[in-house]
Write a protein that binds this ligand. Sequence first.
Ligand SMILES: [Zn+2]
Length: 112
Amino acid sequence: MGIQKQPDGTFQVESSKKGKFYTVDLSKGSCTCPFFRFSLQRVHGECKHILAVKDMAQGRDQKSYEGIISFVKKHQPVESISLIKEFGEDAVDDLLSRGELIEKDGMIKILE
Ligand SMILES: [Zn+2]
């Protein structure tokens, strides 16, 4: 199943009919496929398109978070700028806000 992230933060998910795409918006928990609109929406259910996007997002986050932590462990302290360049601002920000990484004077370390 092809999934493409759009600049506005939604995802285009290819339906099982090739060439047809539905739009999944995770912030609203919605999908534009008929099954979601006519049935699941009322009961706050999740169609396979929403589930596929969630799987992909979680899988990638998990992987990049582990990557960041082990990278920082090996090289700490690491410059924030280079860590963000390597792994992306969202993931680094998230780890900082969770307290798994700490930033001081532009350098990032692991709290121990
Ligand atoms: Zn759907």
